[in-house]
Design a protein around this ligand. Sequence first.
Ligand code: ADP
Ligand code: MG
Length: 262
Amino acid sequence: MGRVVALANQKGGVGKTTTAVNLGAALAEQGRRVLLVDMDPQGGLAVGLGYNPYELEPTVYNLLLEEGMKPRDVIMATSVAGMDLVPSNIDLSAAELVLVSEVAREQALLRSLSPARDEYDFILLDCPPSLGLLTVNALTAADGVMVPVACEFYALRGLALLTRTITKVRERLNPGLKVDGVLATMFDGRTLHGREVLERLKEAFPGELFESVVPRTVRFQEAPVTGKPILEYAPDSPGAEAYRQVAREFLERVDGGKFRNP
Ligand code: ADP
Ligand code: MG
């Protein structure tokens, strides 16, 4: 059975979508079968992989809410061999409202995704920038959660709330949920500020912070415009190499079973 990993942080612009695309591509490069699932109504995964989300139908919205929909009905191929996509678009923003009145509303994704678990080694869930029902669905469906954090002044603010949400989901909905790690992104080692934030993250998340750090580079902004992961757009760039390292470290952690609940 594949491992389901939620990429969560209620702050926007911290690198969740970029991490989903590029960690996914790096895992696929290493021969793993990867499925990316977009849980953000902004549809960033489809955009980053060269699709126009507004033209897509069916999407994860249909998978979550329509009786009889199977993952295979909504899975699309991507330019990366071994990496598939369940896209989303603005339709998904309605799902949050519809789900509220459903029985077992937090388990909708867990239920609808389960047939896909045998087909992939890793299923990465790209969460929206909120702690609402879509993120709770992702945390309930996940085996592990990975938290991308941008190396900037406000990075640590809000992480306590995210940690409390993870703890609540573990207590009430998903006892097996593990923290697969905290990933520092957008690191600018030339500035004292960047280095200080990284030190703070090391203190705050000993053992959880990935040793690999993703540098801040304009390549990450350019890549989505081409509809490709940075691993394809600029395969030899430091950014691409960083995500390969993250993938190696991630595999060591989850395969080595080092990560247990606190
Ligand atoms: P989120 O999904 O958390 O909202 P994104 O992955 O969409 O964040 O990233 C927000 C913006 O920052 C995007 O324009 C993206 O291209 C850019 N970005 C992501 N990671 C980096 C990085 N390491 N260096 C520079 N820009 C980055
Ligand atoms: Mg995003």
